[in-house]
Design a protein around this ligand. Structure first.
Ligand code: PGA
Length: 334
């Protein structure tokens, strides 16, 4: 039996310690299923009940196989790329693309081009910023406030991206604060999480992801005495979780559909245990990291993959359209 790893999750310690056995390079569910441990069994009961919940959801979405009940969601993260000219070409490619209707589509241009994109892009696609400040604007040189983003037409903001965490040095607490503020002001948040390669290899994938989730959720919640904790935001409808393993971002090494699905199931289970079954079902959990026109269909078929966050491939209009339209691979014969 694998070593029990400590966790800071409240009320989820037993589950979390067993989830670590699935982390990274775990062999298979079968090995664990043969364990006699009661707590391992109870973990599997939890997963089983999640899967039943997922199957039940299929009833109300008769043609699309999705564990979550939210709409498929595809975001394009343009990062620090583009010029006025290249962005104008990308926008015109996106405007002329045929996109499946049952997908929420968002693009995140660099701040300085948001206005250009907002003035030229079809209303079919919403605009996200790639960062926002932790509170109201003011004397914060170089920062951009949520109010300014809303003023210029943004509906979403990407927060907690691995490049902000690992290149710029943002920590969980800072990211949680930004997310809570953006949500409190009505901006949608694409909340990114994901493990480094060494964390995966050390079997810490779930611990890392849950810790990052907790930072978001903790900031989303407050305690009203003597009532149980309640959500600080009116609803989780405006939060999309983006699982992006750091080793897969910009490397061409996409996670296998099974690797991604495994983490998405665990994240949905975490939401169910730590927020509510309803939020677990409704919240979109999208995958990011080297998604392209060639691998999106297989990934999209996974029940718990509710869409994608796309970097490099979102800079090419036709390929991004292919990724958006991969929702069709979720559709099964009625
Ligand atoms: P990638 O980036 O698709 O280029 O790997 C994904 C991301 O950073 O969101």
């Amino acid at each position: 039996m694998a070593a029990v790893v400590s966790t800071s999750l409240n009320g989820g310690a037993a589950i979390s310690s067993h989830l670590t056995q699935f982390s990274g390079l775990r062999k298979s569910f079968l090995k664990l299923e043969s364990s006699n441990s009661n707590s391992t069994q109870s973990f599997f009961q939890n997963i089983d009940s999640h899967l039943r919940l997922a199957s039940a959801n299929k009833g109300c979405r008769s043609v699309v196989t999705m564990a979550g009940s939210g709409k498929f969601f595809v975001g394009g993260n343009w990062k620090c790329n583009g010029t006025k000219d290249s962005i104008s070409k990308l926008v015109s490619d996106l405007n002329s693309a045929t996109l499946e209707s049952d997908v929420d589509v968002v693009v995140a241009p660099p701040f300085v081009y948001i206005d250009q994109v907002n003035n030229s892009l079809s209303g079919r696609i919403e605009i996200a910023a790639q960062n926002s400040w932790t509170g109201k604007g003011g004397a914060f040189t170089g920062e951009i406030s949520v109010e300014q983003l809303k003023d210029i037409g943004c509906k979403w903001v990407i927060l907690g991206h691995s490049e902000r965490r690992h290149v710029i040095g943002e920590d969980d607490q800072f990211i949680g604060k930004k997310a809570a503020y953006a949500l409190s002001e009505g901006l949608g948040v694409i909340a990114c999480i994901g493990e480094l390669l060494e964390e995966r290899e050390a079997g810490k994938t779930f611990d890392v992801c849950f810790k990052q989730m907790k930072a978001y959720a903790g900031k989303f919640r407050h305690t009203v005495s003597p009532s149980p904790p309640v959500d600080a935001v009116p609803s989780w409808d405006k939060i999309v979780i983006a699982y992006e393993p750091v080793w897969a971002i910009g490397t061409g090494k996409v996670a296998t559909p099974e690797q991604a699905q495994e983490v998405h199931v665990a994240l949905r289970d975490w939401l169910s245990k730590n927020v509510s079954a309803e939020v677990a079902s409704k919240t979109r959990i999208i995958y990011g990291g080297s998604v392209n026109g060639g691998n999106c269909a297989e990934l999209a078929k996974q029940e718990d993959i509710d869409g994608f966050l796309v970097g490099g491939a979102s800079l090419k209009g036709p390929e991004f359209a292919t990724i958006i339209n991969s929702v069709t691979s979720k559709k099964v014969a009625a």
